[in-house]
Design a protein around this ligand. Structure first.
Ligand SMILES: Nc1nc2c(ncn2[C@@H]2O[C@H](COP(=O)(O)OP(=O)(O)OP(=O)(O)O)[C@@H](O)[C@H]2O)c(=O)[nH]1
Ligand SMILES: [Mg+2]
Length: 407
């Protein structure tokens, strides 16, 4: 009996690898999730008795490491060729579990649907003011979860107008704000985010603002984008127009030089290449950053043309950069801003500024929470996002249902 371990990103691939090597009679002895994928242990010419003996031996070896002879004996037995008895049980077993899992999933979804209707109906009956407020908040494109949490803080004897004003004030208060002035000499700020989100343009806006106010003495640009000639040229031409120096960071030494000598006194805005997170070069950029413990600020550039789910995934994906703040861009193009606001509050990622156009530097603005809320409201009014009772029923209900499960 031959035993072999396979590692693949998912179970289907691992099974294919095992079948390719050993044919369709291969027996799967175990599978488990491991970091980065699944690990599958398969056997050819499976002999249950030998396998059981080896498993017992391994367990007893782990609990009592003083039995080397027994392990040795079993190991030799495993290597001996032996005939498989039956493989069908193991496959049947696997597909039964799959079937049960599918049935449980569909039961859960049926139950959830029914509970959702009940939960939303109950809010409407027991807290009519809250239900009205939730409708309005959902019209702003806020998530049902945030809407539900906000309304709970409103006293139920308030009149609707008073309650609505209080809610907007509450929303304003909840916006996480980055209070430091990031454009300060000595700061080193690295900008990252998905491709085309507006990193280079935002850097150009900031550099121009700084140069107009303080001159070009104490500012410098840098780029880690050694991969794309066009992108490097873009930031270089901004530096040329502004008359400020720019460095290309090719390696760790170049990176460390930003913290040394005259450069250490300067405000340095560092551009990065917008790369797919799966790209090897992206990992190279992260390793470079982690190669020093010099203090550096990290800003995530978030395009608000993405909706809640996309933005939420983006923040999760870039978590390894550990951002200090975010700057939302393309507010002028976004069909709604409630998704961005929800995600910023939910992920508690401080907002350091807003970008709402391509003009350098006019379309960069300070972050004022009440102005952001006012933009969210007026964008929703412009686009007349319509409240969808059925969608609401499902999403609020889903939130209540998940909450009930937790308690
Ligand atoms: N409408 C609008 N367009 C913007 C905004 N910010 C950037 N852009 C535009 O978005 C496009 C991409 O901007 P870049 O600054 O090159 O984006 P990037 O993140 O540096 O892109 P990569 O380097 O390829 O990852 C350009 O056409 C910019 O003019 C904004 O706030 N509003
Ligand atoms: Mg760029």
């Amino acid at each position: 009996m031959k035993i072999k371990k396979y590692f693949a990103s998912d179970m289907r691939q691992a099974l294919e690898m095992a079948r390719e090597e050993h044919g369709s009679d291969v027996v799967i002895l175990s599978n488990r999730k491991v970091l980065g994928g699944v690990e599958l242990i398969a056997a050819e010419d499976y002999d249950e008795q030998i396998y059981n003996k080896s498993t017992e031996a391994r367990q007893s070896h782990e609990s009592n490491k003083q039995q080397p002879e027994l392990v040795e004996t079993i190991a030799t037995e495993i290597e001996k060729p032996a005939k498989a008895e039956s493989v069908s049980d193991i496959w049947t077993h696997d597909s039964t579990i799959d079937q049960m899992r599918d049935e449980l999933k569909s039961l859960r979804s049926m139950l959830e649907q029914q509970m959702s209707g009940l939960a939303w109906g109950a809010i409407g009956r027991q807290h009519p003011l809250w239900a009205n407020l939730i409708r309005q908040l959902i019209n702003l494109d806020l998530t049902p979860k945030l809407a539900r949490q906000l309304v709970e803080e409103i006293p139920e004897d308030y009149k609707f107008d008073q309650a609505w004003r209080t809610l907007l004030a509450l929303l304003t208060y909840k916006i996480p704000q980055f209070h430091d002035n990031i454009l300060t000499a000595g700061n080193k700020i690295l900008f990252f985010g998905p491709s085309g989100s507006g990193k280079t343009t935002t850097i150009a806006k900031m550099a121009t603002r700084y140069a107009l106010e303080y001159g070009t003495q104490n500012i410098m640009l840098a780029t880690t984008d050694i991969y794309r000639v066009g992108a490097r040229e873009q930031i270089r031409s901004y530096a040329r127009i502004l008359g400020i120096p720019i460095r290309t960071i090719n390696n760790k030494e170049d990176y460390l030089s930003l913290f040394d000598g005259p450069a250490s006194e300067k405000l340095i805005l560092i551009d990065t290449a917008g790369l797919s997170l799966k790209d090897k070069k992206h990992q190279e950029q992260i390793s470079l950053l982690k190669s020093t413990d010099q203090k550096i600020m990290k800003g995530l550039i978030l395009p608000t043309t993405e909706h809640y789910n996309g933005l939420s995934r983006l923040i999760d994906n870039y978590q390894s950069f550990n951002p200090d703040f975010c700057i939302p861009t393309k507010l002028d193009e976004a069909t709604s801003l409630g998704g961005f606001l929800s995600v910023a509050i939910e992920k508690a990622i401080p907002i350091a500024g807003l970008c709402d156009g391509q003009r350098v530097p006019e379309d960069l603005h300070k972050m004022k929470p009440y102005e952001l809320v006012s933009r969210v409201v007026s964008r929703a009014n412009q686009n007349q996002i319509k409240f969808d009772e059925e969608h609401m029923e499902q999403s609020i209900g889903h939130y209540e249902f998940e909450n009930d499960l937790k308690h």
